[in-house]
Design a protein around this ligand. Structure first.
Ligand code: PMP
Length: 387
């Protein structure tokens, strides 16, 4: 049985493949430290779990409106209004099973075959995969290490054409941890208006920030009508397995996205949505503690990596990834990722998994204990010395 032709245009996220490969080695008795997968290593805070139990007991076990329960959309609208400094109405919110479908639905709903979509490179691989899937032309926007993995304005201007339909942004960023600055966003807002394109602003790591302030494109004048803001619960509340995310969407696009939801998954799990209200309205102590712990780990991993000869690592402002430069080592980043897995039992990703501008880098997720991070650094140092 052959797959339909369109499937040849759909990519994947190699983190899941590498994770499976590392698990196979573990099953053979090898000790592996997992630095490949991007999920907080904390359990979901108990009050959020309790809200889900309560909702189940209260009968939240059926379908909900496709766009999500009104009470949750109200909580999200309030949260975004206060954190992004812009007035959001619950009708502008669509709740999805995880935030990932917002990427898929936005591209399906907005982009025609032959349109151009600018996306960050290195960047989350799902963007490029879905851009290709809908038959659009992906135009990579290089993120440059020398400017803290932001973009050069000239690169953005050169990427824009009369066929540009959408620009995808992600800040704080996966895989680099980089953070866009107010001046970057102001330039984008001006260009989006002048060239009449939409922006998908992936803000899934907005709360995982150590220095600086999260600024959303949506708060720039006129940008609410052009911005699809993606955010969710997976990272902020350690809820990756719950599948709960959302988009804040220009009013005129909501109907199309909801129609895709109705065709695809009907709605998001009802009791999960109720837990999402508790997450936003309850105590935020968990988030603050988790971010403080991540910051400590970030400092440890950055210092540890920079002490290894041939590795240079910036200290990123957000997310829970570092993107060390390994161009001075004698192996390619793909060979190095295999080498660290097989020789050192450290599972991480080659930068090329995130696009061609990721060549010469590795992506390390430090969502793992300090002790494990320390062991990983020691093992990597020993492995590099053998090269
Ligand atoms: N955007 C980015 C940049 C991500 O890294 C992820 C998760 N890896 C997502 C979106 C999707 O998250 P989820 O579907 O779990 O909400």
């Amino acid at each position: 049985m052959e797959l339909a032709e369109r499937m040849s245009r759909l990519g994947t996220e190699s983190a899941f493949d590498v994770f499976a490969k590392a698990q196979r080695l573990e099953a053979q008795g090898r000790s592996i430290i997992h630095l490949e997968i991007g999920q907080p290593d904390f359990p979901t805070p108990f009050p959020i779990c309790e809200a889900a139990f309560r909702a189940m007991k209260d009968g939240y076990t059926g379908y909900t409106p496709a766009a999500g329960l009104l009470a949750l959309r109200e909580a999200i609208a309030e949260h975004i209004s206060t954190t992004r400094n812009v007035e959001i109405h619950p009708d502008e919110v669509v709740v999805t099973p995880g935030a990932k479908p917002i990427i898929f639905f936005t591209l399906m709903a907005l982009v025609n075959e032959g349109d151009e979509v600018i996306y960050p490179d290195p960047g989350f691989p799902i963007y490029q995969s879905v851009i290709n899937f809908v038959g659009a032309q992906g135009i990579p926007l290089p993120l440059r290490e020398e400017v803290g993995f932001r973009f050069h304005l000239d690169d953005l201007i050169n990427a824009i054409s009369a066929r540009t339909r959408l620009l995808i942004l992600n800040s704080p960023q996966n895989p680099t941890g980089g953070l866009l600055q107010a001046e970057d966003l102001a330039a984008i807002a001006e260009l989006a208006d002048r060239h009449n394109f939409y922006v998908l602003s992936d803000e899934i790591y907005s709360r995982i920030l150590y220095e600086g302030k999260h600024i959303s494109l949506i708060q720039f004048p006129g940008m609410k009508a052009r911005t699809i803001l993606l955010d969710g619960y997976s990272k902020t509340y350690a809820m990756t397995g719950w599948r709960l995310g959302y988009g804040v969407i220009p009013k005129h696009l909501v109907e199309g996205i909801v129609r895709l939801m109705i065709n695809c998954n009907s709605c998001t799990c009802a009791f999960t949505q109720m837990a999402g209200i508790e997450a936003l309205r309850g105590s935020q102590d968990f988030v603050n503690q988790m971010v403080a712990e991540f910051k400590h780990r970030r400092d440890t991993i950055v210092d540890g990596l920079n002490a290894i000869e041939g590795i240079h690592c910036l200290k990123p402002a957000g997310a829970f990834y570092v993107f060390p430069n390994v161009k001075d080592l004698p192996l390619s980043c793909n060979e190095l990722a295999d080498y660290f897995l097989n020789e050192a039992g450290v599972s991480l990703l080659a930068g090329t998994a995130f696009g061609k501008f990721g060549d010469g880098y590795l992506r390390i997720s430090y969502a793992n204990s300090l002790e494990n991070l320390q062991v990983a650094i020691d093992r990597m140092r020993a492995a590099v010395m053998k090269l």
